[in-house]
Structure formats: C-alpha cells, structure tokens
Design a protein around this ligand. Sequence first.
Ligand SMILES: [Zn+2]
Length: 111
Amino acid sequence: MECPGCGSTALSQEVGPEWPIGTSLADAILDVDVDGRIVLARNCWTCGWSEERVVRVESIDETSGDPDVVERRRLLDTLTDTLEDVEDTETLERLLEDVRARRTSDGSRES
Ligand SMILES: [Zn+2]
C-alpha cells in the first residue's frame, strides 16, 4: 500500500473507534454489532496524508442454526458493506492479505 500523496509505504492503518490500537479490520468486523460503525483510518508518516473511512453496519442476518453458518453470514454481510466502501486496489489487497493471514494463523477455528 502506498501513500497517494507521496508514494511512501510507511502508512499506518488503524481501526476505530472502539477497538484498541492494533486491532485488525477483520477482528473489528467479527466484533461489530448492528448499527455499529467501523472507522478505518490511514495515516502517512512521511507527508502527513490521512484518510478515514467509516463503515456502518445496517444489518446482520443471523439464523438460529449452525453457529458457523451464522457467523459466516454475518461476516459476509459486513464484508460486502466494507469492501464497497474501499476504492483503491491496494487497500483491497491489504485486506485480502489480512484475511488470508488470519485463516493461516487460526487454522481450523478453535471453539
Ligand atoms: Zn505520504
């Protein structure tokens, strides 16, 4: 991911407002409630460029069935909203890496 202002790759990416510094977007998505908001803030340490994108969760469909199905459905709904709000390819790539890294590190879900 490069800064659109200066091309630096020294960008920070933080998720807010209610998650601690260092929380990944994927974790925030798993944690958010209906009507909750996720703020994705990016800052460039080189030129000072910054951007915030706010994702509001309008609905989470949950069924009273298999918990894995419920979580999957909720995640997909939220991801759809989130990704529609992201315009630049590099952010999408970063998110994809994040998701893949989580899948790798989590392995099969611990329950
Ligand atoms: Zn910059």
